[in-house]
Design a protein around this ligand. Structure first.
Ligand code: FES
Length: 61
């Protein structure tokens, strides 16, 4: 499923960027180019960052 239609970036690609060390919106944008078009996907990217980065912390708490 595409997160960013403008740059044809999928949710799996965004998750891959995060797994590879991206921990900020800027990191994901730089690595994937998602969010560099109309910008309407930025909220989805931020949500994915939150979900991916909070998961391990919640499990270890
Ligand atoms: S949908 Fe991602 S920049 Fe337009």
């Amino acid at each position: 499923m595409y997160v960013c239609i403008c740059r044809a970036v999928t949710e799996a690609e965004v998750r891959g960027c995060i797994a590879a060390g991206a921990c900020t919106l800027k990191d994901v944008v730089t690595r994937s180019e998602a969010g560099t078009g109309c910008g309407s996907c930025v909220g989805k990217i931020v949500a994915l960052l939150g979900a991916e980065l909070s998961g391990p912390l919640q499990r270890s708490a």
